[in-house]
Design a protein around this ligand. Structure first.
Ligand code: SAM
Length: 235
């Protein structure tokens, strides 16, 4: 927890907050902070700054906030991610949030197992939990939007034109394609496939919407590694 993240509702009129949950335990047991110490803090979708510990008890921590600066700049990317298996989804959500993605579309593709859509990991509270961990990690406050598209073809044919308008459109696909570009300085829509990859038909549908297939070399990366490698290289 590199940033203590709070909801606006937790903060009283004096700018103070009282914690009794895992954040209180983390401040006490991991950071080992005491009365008078400060730590970095922020409000979800709001400002960042510091929090001073006013009171430290075995069951609670009380803090006073001083919030004055903007969170880090977001990445100018819309990420289209074939729904990963549940364990990988959890890690991918944390990584991509920490990297600064603010718009994520989790989509079905031919090689996504249908059972993945029934996973408890897709419950809103579970998704939220992973996004929060990613924000805390990266000292960010701005929650990503997460959208679900369970039908690939209608999504690509009917919605993607406006979603990806005025952006560079890339689909990461291993094979004999141009290398993924580096340090682009523009809005991007990036599609990443499932464990089994995209099928040819899906690549053709994406190409018909203006997507270019790009590759990262002959090593096939796991989805969560591919997300990190692609975003690090592109930005
Ligand atoms: N066997 C699959 C294939 O050949 O497409 C591998 C899929 S990989 C585990 C999951 C996704 O990560 C891919 O669909 C692609 O979007 C991305 N990816 C992984 N390694 C890549 C590479 N070397 N070049 C481009 N994309 C890659």
């Amino acid at each position: 927890m590199n940033l203590l993240l709070l909801t606006p509702q937790e903060i009283d009129e004096q700018g103070c907050v009282q914690l009794t949950d895992r954040r209180h335990q983390h401040i006490q047991q991991v950071h080992r902070l005491n009365k008078g110490d400060t730590l970095q803090a922020g409000v979800i979708n709001g400002l960042c700054g510091e929090a001073e510990i006013l009171e430290q008890q075995p069951h609670l921590t009380r803090l006073k906030l001083n919030l004055y600066r903007q969170p880090p700049a977001p990445l100018p990317v819309t990420l289209l991610l074939a729904l990963p298996r549940p364990r990988m989804l959890a890690r991918s959500l944390e990584h991509l949030t920490a990297l600064g993605v603010k718009k994520l579309v989790l989509m079905h593709t031919n090689r996504v197992e249908k059972s993945f859509w029934q996973s408890p990991e897709l419950k809103p509270e579970k998704i939220h939990q992973h996004l929060i961990l990613g924000l805390e990690q990266a000292k960010d406050t701005q929650l990503p939007e997460v959208h679900f598209k369970k039908r690939f073809k209608p999504f690509v044919e009917d919605e993607l034109t406006s979603l990806a308008a005025n952006s560079l459109k890339l689909v990461a696909h291993p094979g004999n394609y141009p290398s993924c570009p580096r340090n682009i300085n523009q809005q991007l829509t990036l599609a990443i496939g499932p464990e089994g990859g995209f099928i040819d038909y899906e690549i053709e549908l994406l190409k018909a919407q203006g997507f270019q297939a790009v590759q990262l070399g002959e090593r096939i990366l796991r989805v969560e590694t591919a997300v990190t490698a692609l975003l690090a290289r592109l930005f």
